[in-house]
Design a protein. Structure first.
Length: 69
């Protein structure tokens, strides 16, 4: 039996939607892309990958803050 991870499926959908030209998108299409990206973020946040991304972004933000002092 084949199982599909919903987060992977949403990541593929986001990739395909963002490859399209900007001029060809309607407002509804852009809103739908935002909703899909938010759903992907919610699915990834509690996973180890999501936690790693959060730690990495936290380190980048603290590095930028310290560099500006």
């Amino acid at each position: 039996m084949l199982t599909i991870n919903v987060a992977v499926l949403l990541a593929v959908v986001v990739f395909l939607r963002l490859r399209r030209r900007t001029e060809a998108r309607s407002r509804f299409d852009e809103k739908m892309t935002v909703v899909i990206v938010l759903a992907l973020g919610i699915l990834l946040a509690p996973t180890p990958v999501g936690q790693g991304v959060l730690r990495f972004l936290g380190q980048v933000a603290s590095g930028v803050t310290q560099a500006s002092r």
